[in-house]
Design a protein around this ligand. Structure first.
Ligand code: MG
Length: 384
């Protein structure tokens, strides 16, 4: 016996909460395609994203610490995989659609430029007169316009729900997609992917910063949430401060947040009782949230990460270097569009030169950007 799409759809109809998105009820794809015998529409989207080139390039893009500087730091890819795992956990506990939450989580960062947040800031500044640059919007461009997978149309032709989920920051704007409003709230699965991103990076950026020696455990003692994570680690048998206790504490840092999100959101859903995915979207506020207590503990952690990690001289220096390089590369392509790839050149007519150059550079991995920079002799200042 094969448990195929029909059975999966029946299991969703039976097993998911009323507020979950159901793949059989998708608003569909911009270009209709026949249903698959074995996989639901959201499973297909998850797989399409996973098998796409922008997804694979995440491996060589910087999360916080410049890609390739040490073996254990998160890259955009490992960050994304961790976010997807957390999103699945939350989705399963809340009776939401795991496949949809996972698909949105896997796609959420594909629009990131090389060199992390400083790379994004540099592109945004370069594009100031041309509509700016935002990694969320770029994820949509990458998957809906730039990737060429199917004859007859551009993009991966993802379902409405995944595309709407990737526009979560615009949900409140009244924007419509294929004629349907994408808000004012995102769907539960998009809310889950969103919060999974936050709680995941809070924990893993602490981990990477400890690993990098930018901070030590004594610095973290000022943070209530760390003290709780450490107390839990001790209760779980971790003795003197050492690597294992530290890792256990980092794991608890993630667990504390995920548990809080699940409990708080379950309570909210039980109170509000949204009867459908559409009711979640028209609700006055989000259903998936952390408690006020956790929020009060996360705010100082957030501030700590900004002060002590993201703008640490060691991180900032590597970033400044990258940003300088990216600017020169951008100027180079503006002057010599013929040196861009063929498919990028073909978009100049419809997208304009500046947007095409921006898309081209945004899609690059850190190392490819560096290779191009060297290939054109920009490091020697010849073509600057
Ligand atoms: Mg992310």
């Amino acid at each position: 016996m094969i448990i195929g799409r029909i059975e999966h759809e029946a299991a969703e109809a039976r097993g998911l909460a009323p507020w979950a998105a159901r793949s059989a009820e998708t608003r569909g794809r911009a270009h209709p395609q026949p249903a698959h015998d074995l996989r639901t529409e959201f499973q297909r989207d998850r797989d399409r994203i996973l098998h796409s080139r922008p997804f694979r390039r995440l491996e060589y893009k910087t999360q916080v610490f410049v890609n390739g500087t040490a073996d254990h730091y998160r890259t955009r890819l490992t960050h994304t995989i961790e976010v997807a795992a957390v999103a699945r956990t939350i989705a399963r506990c809340l009776g939401a659609n795991e496949d949809l939450a996972e698909a949105i989580a896997l796609a959420h960062d594909v629009g990131h430029s090389p060199f992390g947040h400083s790379g994004e800031a540099a592109l945004d500044e370069l594009m100031r007169d041309w509509g700016g640059f935002d990694h969320n919007d770029q994820s949509c461009r990458a998957l809906e316009l730039i990737e060429l997978q199917y004859p007859g149309f551009a993009g991966l032709n993802l379902t409405w729900e995944v595309r709407a989920g990737l526009r979560k920051h615009r949900a409140a704007s009244g924007e419509r997609l294929d004629g349907h409003p994408i808000g004012p709230q995102p769907m539960v699965e998009a809310q889950i992917a969103d919060i999974a991103d936050d709680v995941t990076y809070h924990a893993h950026d602490v981990d990477d910063a400890l690993e990098a020696g930018l901070i030590d455990e004594a610095d973290l003692q000022e943070l209530e949430i760390w003290r709780r994570a450490e107390a839990r680690a001790r209760a779980q048998g971790a003795g003197e401060p050492d690597d294992r206790r530290r890792r256990l504490a980092v794991r608890n840092l993630l667990d504390i947040q995920v548990e809080d999100v699940i409990r708080t959101s379950a309570r909210r859903l039980a109170e509000e009782q949204p009867g459908s995915a559409a009711e979640v979207m028209s609700a006055p506020r989000r259903m998936v949230e952390c408690s006020d207590e956790l929020r009060a503990m996360i705010a100082p952690l957030h501030a700590f990460l900004f002060q002590r990690v993201y703008f640490h001289p060691m991180v900032a220096r590597a970033n400044e270097e990258s940003v300088r390089m990216m600017r020169r590369l951008f100027m180079h392509y503006l002057e010599r569009p013929d040196t861009m790839g063929r498919t990028a050149r073909a978009r100049i007519e419809s997208e304009g030169l500046w947007r095409t150059v921006c898309d081209y550079i945004a899609g690059m991995t850190d190392r490819y950007a560096l290779e191009e920079y060297q290939r054109f002799g920009l490091d020697a200042g010849r073509a600057g």
